[in-house]
Structures are given as C-alpha cells and as structure tokens.
Design a protein around this ligand. Structure first.
Ligand code: ZN
Length: 140
C-alpha cells in the first residue's frame, strides 16, 4: 500500500468516525469558521491544573477540517497545555512544508500532504486556531 493511500484511509476514518465528538457543558467554548471552505467548528475544552483534562468538538465541513479536529482532540486530551501548544507549533510548521519531527504528531502526520494545497491549509488548521483561542482566552 502506498503511503498516500494509508494517509487517505486515516483521514477518512477520522472523518467518518470522529473521536471526542459532542458537548462539554461546563467547558470553554470556541466557535470558529473557515469561510473559504465553509467549515465550522465548535471546540469545547476543560483545562485543570494546566492540563487539557477533556476536549470535544462538534462541527460541519470538509473531510480535512473534521479529520484534523478529531485527530487534534486525540493528540491533546490529557496533555499539559504546554504540550498541546507545542503540538500546535509542530502541526503548523508541517503545514508550512517545514521539515518537522512527525513522530510526535501521531495520526496528524496523515495531513502532511495538505501542505501542498494552500487553499486547504486553513481547513486543517481550523481546530488548532480554536485550541489557541481556548487555552489563551486573554490573548487577542
Ligand atoms: Zn475545508
């Protein structure tokens, strides 16, 4: 199997069976849109003692935006906020086409190919933008 096919399967799996979907009534809520594609995400976060203790999302949009959100929730759940932000930096560097240590990214590496399609990068980074807003609510 080609690596591209494997990546496509990982993306479709997350798109069709999104992880950590749903509400988190007492969590931080961040709603974001990507108008260029029509993606919408509502990210819910709970941060306790500097750790992302729970994270969920709801949304509609293309396979890349939804798969990225699903993978992100898996990657950051239970992690310290600092680790989540470090993953955010790594993921964004990968989207810029930089050479990054993809081991730390897990399934997110499947989105590597998106970096070649500038119009879709916003789809892939939408959930991460929401994360940044959620954990740094005082920063505009
Ligand atoms: Zn999209």
């Amino acid at each position: 199997m080609h690596l591209d096919d494997l990546y496509r399967q990982v993306i479709m799996d997350h798109y069709q069976h999104p992880r950590n979907q749903g509400e988190l009534p007492d969590g931080i809520r961040v709603d974001l849109k990507n108008p260029s594609c029509g993606d919408e995400i509502s990210l819910r976060l709970k941060v306790e003692n500097g750790v992302v203790s729970d994270v969920r999302f709801e949304g509609t949009g293309c396979s890349i935006s939804m798969a990225s959100a699903s993978m992100m929730t898996e990657a950051i759940k239970g992690q310290p906020v600092e680790t989540a932000l470090q993953l955010n930096r790594l993921f964004r560097a990968m989207m810029k086409g930089e050479d990054v240590d993809t081991d730390a990214l897990g399934d997110l590496e499947a989105l590597h190919g998106v970096s070649k399609f500038p119009a879709r990068i916003k789809c892939a980074t939408l959930a991460w933008q929401a994360l940044e807003k959620g954990v740094q609510p005082n920063r505009e």
